[in-house]
Ligand binder design. Sequence first.
Ligand code: 5AD
Ligand code: SF4
Length: 467
Amino acid sequence: MKKNFLSTLKTPFFYYIESYGCHMNTSDTEIIISILSKNGFLLTNNLKKAHIILLNTCAIRKKAELSIEKRLDNLRYLKSNNQKIPLFGILGCLSKSEKYSNLIDFSIGPNSYRKIPDIIRLVMMNDEKKIKIHFYYLIIKMKHMKILVPIHNKKKITTFLSITRGCDNMCTFCIVPFTRGRERSSSPYSIIKECENLYEKGYKEVTLLGQNVDSYLWFGGGLKKKIKIDNSNEKIIDFSRLLDLLASKIPFMRIRFSTSNPHDMSDRVIEVISKHSNICKHIHLPVQSGSNKILKLMNRKYTIEKYLSLIQKIRSIVPECSISHDIITGFCNEEEEDHLETISLMNKVKYDYGYMFSYSPRPGTYAYKKLKDNVPENVKKRRLKEIIDLQRIHSIFRMKKYLGTIQEVLIEGKSKKNNQDWYGRNTQNIVVVFPKKLSKIGETVFVKITNCTSATLIGKIDDNENK
Ligand code: 5AD
Ligand code: SF4
């Protein structure tokens, strides 16, 4: 009888994994590592030792896709002469793409990570030919999401936890609803349990993740319906209740969350942020454009007037709150006056920081199919530079306000630039760098701010405050 290919290989099997894209992908990569470890696969940092090479990919912009294409080309030499090992697997949002089919042995979409060990075994056992398993499906019928949690054995201080997966918003430029599927929320009980678990293991900060955390909703497992949520129905848990419950249950754990959607953020969420000192005072509130015409084309479901009144509400209820943004420049039909409206909005808000992108059409989206990508590349580039330059000015303006103040900083690790310095973040999510003195990773210290750049605060531990 012919020997099975799997039995000719020495176990254990080593795998190597690279992660691209957003925090959600970083968190998914930790989950994938946990699933593979539980199934006897061993993680290696040595590409040449790996039997399996995994890339957890991102499809949000063309640029992200190109960098993965380039990486695959660089890795191609590892599989010369048509040999079977290493197996190449594409995970994440690009798993649907057919582009890399001559190199890739399997692809697994973001909703199927639990199947990774089975799929790897299946591909390994087939020694006749490469198997292309496209195990991508959307869990449309699923009413809620069973929480996937990583095994946390690395000594880390901060971590991410996905509370929702997928997105129902259908912004016309965005590929996420197509790659990650319909939105599902995890049960609040599993989220609270996992956060308590993390705290017991020594974590000091957790960031709750979702494409749109404000639409988190738990009906005790029932179907999501459109109803008014007030304090009378204890069974229904929306994002404000989840935050409130979590912050009360684990009062010494810092809680962050991302991403907030201006259309869905409720006053109750803002009030809960102000009520609990352990909920960090930072909101990432992507606006995407300062023009109502463009917001409509993007299907963002709010106007600039509504957005500004939300900002005003945040600042009146939580005055110390930092606010960051995402902006896309050069979206379909964006004219100079739309761009100037974005600039005017930025001048009004003076964001603490932000992420700015030039529009890239993504196959499958409404904008790709129905709208014209009609802003020339050089115009997109110029507008992008203008908003990046403006944001730098606003960031410096905001950072200077911290000079001379004392900031409570959770120490996360060594500064990249100087071994003698720690880096950590204050509640506003601003990076603070300072000399170590006798402090340790995981401690919260008070730091007097003496200097700043547009992205970093620089200071020294304040001995009086830390007594
Ligand atoms: N082109 C450019 N930027 C995009 N983003 C999402 N899709 C696109 C696209 N097609 C940006 C949005 C979003 C962030 C995560 O990525 O600003 O908020
Ligand atoms: Fe994409 Fe819009 Fe959903 Fe964000 S809210 S993931 S931009 S569709």
